[in-house]
Write a protein that binds this ligand. Sequence first.
Ligand code: PRP
Length: 210
Amino acid sequence: MLNVALPKGRLGEKVYAMFEKAGFECPSIKENNRKLIFENPEKGVRYFWVKPSDVAIYVERGAADIGVAGKDILLEYEPDIYELLDLGFGKCRMAVAAKADFRDNPQRTLKVATKFSNIAKSYYTALGRDIDIIHLNGSIEIAPILGLSDVIVDIVETGTTLKENNLQVTETIVPISARLIANKSSFKFKNEQIEAIAKSLAQQTEEKND
Ligand code: PRP
């Protein structure tokens, strides 16, 4: 049985559709209920819905053989997994943003609010900039408005959240998209099945980009 961790939500539905097209369908997943685990013994596949930011943990620890996670999570937690494929969707960027009138003073420690503390730390370390991290769990955009921080490091997709809170991007750190990931030992022992899925997903991704 191949165990697949799907990120709950819109992204996950798109991912499941790709697995279905790859020949690993599981019709019961479309029943509208609160169940989290679905399997199709005929196809030898079991899917489960997990919080998007938890997919990498399931895969790293082998509770899932493969899964789909955002590059943001992979950069932040550096799980010990194989990254097999860039799926080319769920595109956004990790960026620094601040109030329009913010002027940085390099002599002062920069106060940075973020959910992505490790990404922020490595970004500013590489710049040789002294920072004070304020770790938050959401609604990061509020921090500079209330004077809790000077800047934020967060995901920007359409830019609407920043705009509506009078913030603007000052630097882009890295582009982000969804990645197919695999547990290292599963990749060895269930290689045929995993490679077949990766190949089909790669084809589907290419077709979309044509
Ligand atoms: C993310 C991110 C931004 C927003 C960016 O938040 O933290 O707030 O999406 O999207 P936009 O550029 O299209 O406006 P999420 O919805 O994940 O909620 P959060 O507040 O829990 O981070």
